[in-house]
Design a protein. Structure first.
Length: 194
């Protein structure tokens, strides 16, 4: 079991318009929507604080029981994803609290901008996770990342992930009683190494 590691990793500059549109639920983009995305990103860009921490844990799987040394979980889907792996990287990532503040402000004055800010925040944190997984794949043979809430992996495993990663201390993510993360544009996940 390794110590928690912090990284200064950032995704590529800009954003993926197709992904932002998908997160916004926009099937047929108009010029006006694309311009709104551009304007919102210009407002958000300098306020994004990309933060990620991770830890390498041992792994033993028995049927649907995954034992990581410091905690364990029952999940048929996670066990299937991690099959053949001997260790796992657990990580937490966020783009910071400023996004939540901007979304809250626009919820009151411009629901369209709030929606686009939500979509941009989601796209940016996913881009950070993708960049991290790409760096892992350059060093290890990895499985696709798997997050609490996917398949039969319960959200309750967030408690163990937060304890193992000391998320609040390292990157400022907290978990409320409903198992929602703050900042809201945050992700936790498992990446199997085989």
């Amino acid at each position: 079991m390794s110590a928690v590691t912090l990284t200064n990793l950032k995704p590529a500059e800009g954003y993926c318009e197709k992904e932002v549109l998908r997160y916004a639920g926009c099937k047929e983009p108009t010029e006006e929507i694309c311009e709104l995305i551009k304007v919102c990103y210009e407002e958000l860009e300098d306020r994004l604080t990309y933060r990620l921490c991770y830890r390498k844990l041992s792994l033993e799987i028995s049927d649907d029981h995954c034992d990581f040394g410091c905690f364990s979980v029952r999940s048929r889907d996670l066990a299937k994803n991690l099959k053949g792996c001997k260790s796992v990287i657990v990580f937490a990532a966020t783009v910071g609290v400023a996004t939540d503040r901007i979304i809250a402000r626009y919820n009151r004055v411009s629901p369209a901008r709030a929606l686009i800010m939500q979509a941009l925040g989601a796209e940016r944190v996913e881009a950070l996770c993708d960049e991290f997984c790409k760096t892992l794949a350059a060093e290890y043979n990895t499985r696709p990342r798997f997050s609490p809430g996917y398949g039969d992996l319960p959200l309750a495993v967030q408690k163990e992930l937060f304890a193992a990663l000391e998320c609040y201390r390292h990157i400022g993510i907290s978990l409320n009683e409903s198992l929602l993360m703050a900042p809201s544009k945050s992700v936790t996940a498992f990446v199997g190494i085989y």
